[in-house]
Design a protein around this ligand. Structure first.
Ligand code: 5RP
Length: 227
């Protein structure tokens, strides 16, 4: 899978031009993109390119690789955002958030001129929720109430626990993550909106109607899917 992720990340470089502001996603696939982009900038192949990171992971990596980093509040517009995904359906709706960075990812990717998604072929599904739960970022005090409230959607929620820290995962924004397994997601856009209507929900990991292009690393090369 690493080879397929790298191939998609390399292909994504073709979308980057001088003077662009680039949203930098989170996760292992985007990490390859950030590394390759940094190399082009350091070698002088690209000029005046700035990165807007979606997480501490993206920020630290971008700085390490030599990409000038700016905040969302310092730019007039984001030309393109590049990020991975956990699932992609045939309409290019996504589930994101395994890396717990979904809120900043959505804030930046919603505003990008082009949102380019990088995945390997294992992420393609017929229906969202087939393989992974939907992550929901919640205000910590509300986690238990929300975990019960999502049951009306025929779903079960689990508080995401940390692996190298005791207790729950705490996001870059200081919140908790609920991983919610839905029995069937009929309408991703509807569910995305309904979940965000629950008080205490900061954002959820359904990205419906946002992705413009998906580059899929496959055994037969990188395929381009467009909405
Ligand atoms: C982080 C994300 C990631 O983009 C998503 O989990 C894909 O990660 P990877 O490229 O490591 O498979 O949404 O919040």
């Amino acid at each position: 899978m690493e080879g397929l992720k790298k191939a998609a990340a390399r292909e994504a470089l073709k979308f980057i031009e001088d003077d662009m502001v680039v949203g930098l996603g989170t996760g292992s696939t985007t990490a390859y993109f950030i590394e390759y982009l940094g190399r082009l900038i350091m070698e002088g192949e690209l000029e005046d390119v700035y990165g807007v990171p979606t997480s501490y992971q993206a920020r630290l990596l971008a700085l390490e690789k030599g990409i000038p980093v700016v905040g969302l509040d310092e730019v007039d517009a984001i030309d393109i955002a590049v990020d991975g995904a956990d699932e992609v359906d045939p309409h290019l709706n996504l589930i994101k958030g395994r890396g717990a960075a979904l809120t900043m990812e959505k804030i930046i990717e919603y505003r990008a001129g082009t949102f380019l998604v990088l995945v390997d072929e294992s992420k393609l599904v017929e229906r969202l929720g087939q393989k992974v739960p939907v992550p929901i970022e919640v205000i910590p005090a509300a986690w238990r109430a929300i975990a019960e409230e999502v049951e009306v959607f025929n779903a079960e929620a689990e508080l995401r626990m940390a692996s190298r820290k005791d207790g729950p995962v705490v996001t870059d924004n200081g919140n908790f993550i609920l991983d919610v397994r839905f029995h069937r997601i009929e309408d991703p856009l509807d569910l995305e909106i309904e979940l965000n209507n629950i008080p205490g929900v900061v954002e959820n990991g359904i990205f419906a109607d946002i992705a413009d292009i998906v580059l899929v690393g496959t055994g037969e090369g990188v395929k381009k899917l467009e909405r």
